[in-house]
Design a protein around this ligand. Sequence first.
Ligand SMILES: *[C@@H]1O[C@H](CO)[C@@H](O)[C@H](O)[C@H]1NC(C)=O
Ligand SMILES: *[C@@H]1O[C@H](CO)[C@@H](O)[C@H](O)[C@H]1NC(C)=O
Ligand SMILES: *[C@@H]1O[C@H](CO)[C@@H](O)[C@H](O)[C@H]1NC(C)=O
Length: 341
Amino acid sequence: MTESQRPKERIEMITLHKILFVFCFLSLSLNYYISTKPMLEIENPTFSLIQPNETITSKFSDNYDQLIDIKKFSFKINPKPCKRYPEGFLLMIIVSSNPLNYENRLVIRKTWGQTDESTNIVFLVGETDNVTVSQKIQEESVTYGDIVQGNFKDAYHNMTYKHVMGLKWISHHCMNSKYILKTDDDIVVNADELKRFLVRRLSPWGAKGLIMCKVAKHALAQRRQSSKWMVTLEEYPMPFYPDYCPGWAILYSRDVVPRLLEAAQNTPYFWIDDVHITGILAQKIGVPRTSITNYVLTEKKAEMLIKSGRQNIGRFLFGPPNLKVQRMSALWRAISQSCHI
Ligand SMILES: *[C@@H]1O[C@H](CO)[C@@H](O)[C@H](O)[C@H]1NC(C)=O
Ligand SMILES: *[C@@H]1O[C@H](CO)[C@@H](O)[C@H](O)[C@H]1NC(C)=O
Ligand SMILES: *[C@@H]1O[C@H](CO)[C@@H](O)[C@H](O)[C@H]1NC(C)=O
């Protein structure tokens, strides 16, 4: 070893130490990050929580036989499951569902949508021309008693009818639940965590003025022909939508539902239901949308959870949207087995 090599060696040693130090620091911070599970943080809450013994009466006027601009609306199937529940039961879930998605409904009933003494669920569907499908819906309704069907055509551009039908159904037939969750039929709800959240972070006595979700802010109205969400200037003249709640997971307090229904009945139809109801109409009745962090499990974390089972992935209330049926089952299994509590 010559003299000239020594300084270089020393420099290499220092670099190695630096690398080791950085490595240790990173792994420590990673440990710290993992051990402090991310919490569900409510950003700028604008709703209020109901006190014990506080009674709120919600008077509303609604023409039962009208649904926005459909003058001869009726429920073709109209179950009344809430009659079996006491005043002030915790949660009613309404799920916008495609009549064809029989499998989705089956999976939801067996997984996160299981009913119990504090929770119930119905699926909202429209009419279909397909006689086979129509009969199947009838049979499903007889078997499970959880299908709410309206006499409008089940179609993509008719989503707003479906959502508002849900608001109507709640307002007339299920005002005894404290919270209402509106979802789609291709997501997974972390049901136990959600119930804990409602009772502990919100209030077991309910809330007022609550529309909660992972708020979509400053969303652009899509003008490209190729977009699934393309809207014309006639349909929506402004460039941006108001802040709104994406339709696959919206939490309402019960007071908000009849107010949104009244507003919907008196506002021209706009087919993008979540923008219309939780954006335009919510703004109209003056109810801000409350955003919450970690509301949704990211695709990436969902993937991790499904692939490697037990994981400390922190708190969340909903899985990512647009899941295939098999992935809904897989994610539910992973959630039920994971240590996220
Ligand atoms: C609630 O009301 C009931 C009946 O009016 C009363 O007996 C009870 O003490 C009240 N509870 C609270 C916490 O105010
Ligand atoms: C009705 O729906 C079923 C199931 O999706 C399908 O197999 C059938 O071809 C449809 N019938 C008509 C007439 O479209
Ligand atoms: C929506 O439903 C109405 C009432 O059933 C129907 O007339 C209309 O054609 C439907 N829209 C679409 C896009 O299918």
